[in-house]
Design a protein around this ligand. Structure first.
Ligand code: PGA
Length: 247
């Protein structure tokens, strides 16, 4: 069993004081070195410096929520993978469905971003997941497979994949555990086919309405190696309870 990763995706939430307080709280709770999982916070870009400072002497890691494909250049408003790395990030979330929707990010663009992140020494957390109509049409595994094939560079091993059904994000709804198990098993098979034994070392997160009340059940599913948590990562007690639910 891989050590679980509990990653908080703050999205576009948080001003300095509340963000720092949340990060400090998590750093304090993990200070005894007994953490049963790896902890990651992905705050908005504006909070990377203060949040990074708040967790500097702790086991809590920080990551970005997006990056540009280029290392530098005339791209007003964008942030490169090297910039994230320079701020102390170890990870970057890529291909989140909100970016695919809000910014029209295609699989090909996500793939280029994954390459940029790997080139800068970051571990990309690549999100895949079906919409509700795709699930209703019985296309879930086909959609996941297409996203896997088209958004992940062939030999990339130093990655994390997050399965996030679009309809489960921020809705309070989650798939049946058998459905999560089916998708994760499928993803593991795709990884093994591509990477051989190394495919077993890639962590597969589940994301979409993870909260204290369902975390134990979700985290106990075969091939679920952690969680990508949105709303519940903004409340220290809830985020902590999710980590504590790791088997
Ligand atoms: P949620 O978001 O936990 O609020 O559903 C998860 C995500 O979008 O990563």
């Amino acid at each position: 069993m891989l050590r679980k990763l509990i990653a908080g995706n703050w999205k576009m939430h948080g001003l300095r004081d509340e963000g720092v307080a949340l990060a400090e709280g998590l750093a304090q709770r993990t200070a005894d070195g007994q953490a049963a999982c790896d902890w990651l916070i992905c705050p908005p870009f504006t909070l990377l410096a203060p949040v990074g400072g708040a967790v500097r002497d702790s086991v809590v890691m920080i990551g970005g929520q997006n990056c540009h494909v280029a290392a530098a250049g005339p791209h007003t408003g964008d942030i490169s993978a090297a910039m994230l790395q320079d701020m102390g990030c170890g990870y970057v979330i890529l291909g989140h469905s909100e970016r695919r929707q809000d910014h029209g990010e295609s699989n090909a663009l996500v793939k280029a971003k994954v390459q940029a992140a790997l080139g800068a020494g970051l571990i990309p957390i690549v999100c895949v997941g079906e919409s509700e109509s795709q699930r209703d049409a019985g296309k879930t595994l086909a959609v996941i497979e297409e996203q896997f094939d088209e958004s992940l560079p062939g030999a990339a091993q130093s990655i994390v994949i997050a399965y996030e059904p679009v309809w489960a994000i921020g809705t309070g709804r989650t798939p049946a555990k058998e459905d999560v198990a089916e998708v994760h098993k499928h993803l593991r098979g795709l990884l093994r086919a591509r990477l051989g034994g190394a495919g077993d070392q890639v962590r597969l997160l589940y994301g979409g309405s993870v909260k204290p009340g369902n975390a134990a059940e979700l985290l106990a599913i075969d091939e679920v190696d952690g969680a990508l948590v949105g709303g519940a990562s903004l409340k220290l007690d809830d985020f902590w309870a999710i980590g504590e639910a790791c088997p």
